[in-house]
Each structure stands twice: as structure tokens, then as C-alpha cells.
Design a protein around this ligand. Structure first.
Ligand code: DC
Length: 226
């Protein structure tokens, strides 16, 4: 059973997807981490992040895989664990630049589908998992929240980590990133056909997790004809 969880940043997608996978005993695929890993490789090679053909070559030449023996799975770039490099501001920026390149996306889609065949019980999280990569998934979820609420959550998260955070500035960045993600030519962020949309604005993370687990259990029962 494949469960796709898509939506913009700041909706709790990551935490919810991990928790749902854990409760169902499924594998968890963080597709954003794959884009981040290719971004890290592009930076290592000193490739200009506006040079789309060169970025396509970087994606074609590197391998991104996962170490499934640990939870959450470790990200392997050319066979080496790069988890500690993926969350920097530079990697976040590089990932968002390479994610608009069609050749990069094609390669990621191919790798993600291969993973889907190898790990048949999968919760996969991203922007295009239900719309492009696994349109026939048994359960497709789209998590949303108002930009204001997402900015509030992000600010709180940074403050809890002891980092400086200006909520107004974060809100502006969220609005710009939403616009870029939903208007890009290649696989724009969109609600997949047949997806269950959950507006997480008034909900706690635990409520969202439970809703998705309940939906998954319903679909499993339907699949067994009960
Ligand atoms: O979810 P995240 O912040 O780790 O994603 C990193 C970048 O990759 C972000 O700019 C969105 C992009 N992305 C994408 O375009 N498609 C995906 N399936 C996953 C992430």
C-alpha cells in the first residue's frame, strides 16, 4: 500500500508522515531529502545553480539512495550518508533551485518509483507524490494550512532550536515560495486528483496523524473487501 502525503512547507507534513509510517509499520520516504542531496552534490561540484543543463548532468551522474536499516532512513549520496548536510540554509536554497529543473525531476521520479517497487508499504512525502509519481496510490493526502499559521509554526520551531526568527519575514518567504512552487512549469504543487485535503490550521499534529492513520486503515479494509 502506498500513501502519498503532499502539501506546502509548514503544514507538519514531515512529522505527520514519519509518525503515520511508524504507526502503520510502513517505510517512510522523504523525497525533499533527495532534492536536497542533489543540491549538496551540485554545490560540492561548484555548479552554477542557474545552469539548468549542468544541474541535469549532476542529477544523472549521482546516485541517491536510502539506508533502510535506520529510522528514519539515512540518505546516501553516492553511497555515503549525508544526513548532516541536508538541513543547512544553503542546501535548502540549492534544493529549491534544482527542483525546477525538468531533467532533475525526471531522474528523481524514476528513483522514487523504483523505491516504490522495492518497498511496497510506503508513506511517501513531497510535493508531487500523488499528482505525478504515484497517481494510483491507495491513499493520497494533501495537507494545507494558512500561510499565517505556517509562519507561526515555523517561527516557533526556530525559536525552540534557539535560533532567531522574525515571523513577518518568514511569512513573506512562505508566500514567495508558495508562488514559485505552484507556478513552476515542471510538476507544480497542486492537489492530486482523488486526494483527501486536510486543513491542519485548527488541528494539532496528533489529530492530523490520527486522521491519516484512520483513513489508511479504512482503505486497507476496503482493499481486503471488508
Ligand atoms: O520538503 P523539503 O523542504 O525538504 O523540500 C526541499 C525542496 O525540494 C523544496 O524546495 C521543494 C522541493 N521538492 C519538490 O519539488 N518535490 C518533492 N517531491 C519534494 C521536494
Amino acid at each position: 500500500m502506498i500513501i502519498t502525503i503532499d502539501g506546502p512547507a509548514g503544514t507538519g507534513k514531515s512529522t505527520v508522515s514519519r509518525a503515520v509510517a511508524q504507526r502503520l509499520g510502513f517505510d517512510f520516504l522523504d523525497t525533499g531529502a533527495m532534492y536536497r542531496a542533489v543540491g549538496v552534490e551540485a554545490m560540492r561540484r561548484g555548479v552554477d545553480l542557474d545552469d539548468q543543463p549542468a544541474l541535469g548532468e549532476v542529477a544523472a551522474a549521482c546516485t541517491v539512495d536510502f539506508d533502510w536499516s535506520v529510522q528514519p532512513p539515512g540518505v546516501l549520496l553516492n553511497g555515503r550518508n549525508v544526513d548532516h548536510l541536508l538541513r543547512s540554509a544553503a542546501a535548502t536554497h540549492a534544493a529549491s533551485k534544482i527542483a525546477v529543473v525538468p531533467a532533475v525531476r525526471q531522474r528523481m521520479v524514476e528513483l522514487q518509483r523504483r523505491i516504490g517497487r522495492q518497498r511496497p508499504n510506503l508513506v511517501t512525502e513531497g510535493r508531487d507524490q500523488g499528482s505525478v509519481v504515484f497517481p494510483d496510490a491507495e491513499l493520497k493526502v494533501y495537507l494545507d494550512a494558512t500561510p499565517q499559521e505556517r509562519a507561526r509554526r515555523r517561527t516557533r520551531q526556530l525559536q525552540q532550536r534557539g535560533e532567531q526568527a522574525d515571523e513577518r519575514e518568514i511569512l513573506e518567504q512562505i508566500i514567495i515560495r508558495d508562488r514559485r512552487d505552484s507556478t513552476r512549469a515542471a510538476a507544480p504543487l497542486t492537489v492530486p486528483d482523488g486526494a483527501v485535503v486536510i486543513d491542519t490550521t485548527p488541528l494539532t499534529e496528533e489529530q492530523v496523524i490520527q486522521m491519516v492513520v484512520d483513513l489508511a486503515n479504512q482503505r486497507r479494509r476496503m482493499g481486503r473487501g471488508q
